[in-house]
Design a protein around this ligand. Structure first.
Ligand code: MN
Length: 257
């Protein structure tokens, strides 16, 4: 199987190397990932400047894989790899393992999910993996083993252009309590900005690290993950609201001026 692997934490991130080594026996893995951390890059792509590509040898870095370093966004890496870097298109695209959960509306900010979504938009089955970060260092081999177990179950069921978002609970919560296949929560964030005025009087706002969700929606990714379950959420790239489509069509649309 031809696998394309990317992420948003950058090509030097331990989560990427862990996922690489957890899936490398499945086939030929091409790694194309950002050269710098791109968390919260969302689905941005690079329009106006060329993308610089540097080939990375397994022997030359701690990750221990051949890879391609791209000075772009996660979605750039996947697009470019599929269009121009891989001799043949992938049969599966993986993204992660992201340091930090990607559940609820954070999915919109996530470069990890965007990399997988880009692949789905191009017609390939894609899975995004993230781990909720708790206290202390992440035991990446353990997290990667859990991702692989989920992937082994998913793979036979995956369809072309299918996008699946997987989150692994924090290791501080003990072994996962099971797997929940759940929808995405749409609860808003309770984040805050910290205001600071420097000596020259310039006003600055910095997003605080701590945040929560405005409500706990039962049977969603946010709640299941917080309760220690692995969450599996199939996502749409089609953002159309089907119910509102009908309602808006029924508005009395005037002839265009
Ligand atoms: Mn990230």
């Amino acid at each position: 199987m031809r696998i394309l692997l990317s992420n948003d934490d950058g090509i030097d991130a331990p989560g990427l190397a862990a996922l690489y080594h957890a899936v490398s026996d499945l086939g030929a893995v091409t790694v194309a990932a950002p050269d710098s951390p791109q968390s919260a890059a969302g689905h941005g792509i690079t329009l106006k400047s060329p993308l610089t590509v540097r080939r990375l040898r397994a022997s030359d870095h701690a990750g221990g894989f051949d890879g391609i370093r791209v000075d772009g966004r996660p979605a750039d890496c996947v697009r470019l790899a599929i269009r121009s870097l891989m001799p043949e298109p992938p049969q599966l695209v993986l993204s992660g393992i992201n340091r930090g959960a990607n559940v609820g509306i954070n999915i919109f900010y996530s470069g990890t999910v965007a990399a997988a979504a880009e692949a789905a938009m191009l017609g390939y089955p894609a899975v995004a993996f993230s781990v909720r970060s708790g206290e202390g260092e992440i035991d990446w081999p353990t997290v990667a083993r859990r991702c692989r177990a989920v992937l082994d179950r998913l793979l036979p069921a995956m369809k072309p252009a299918e996008l699946v978002n997987v989150n692994i609970p924090s290791l501080a919560q003990g072994p996962p309590r099971g797997v929940h296949v759940v929808p995405q929560s749409t609860a808003g964030l309770t984040d805050t900005y910290l205001r600071h005025i420097d000596e020259e009087g310039t006003e600055r706002f910095r997003l605080a690290d701590e945040y929560g969700f405005v409500r706990r929606e039962p049977d969603t990714d946010v709640v299941s993950l917080s309760e220690g379950f692995i969450t599996v959420t199939p996502l749409h790239v089609d953002m159309t609201d089907g119910r509102r489509l009908r309602a808006l069509r029924e508005l009395n649309w005037p002839a265009l001026p």
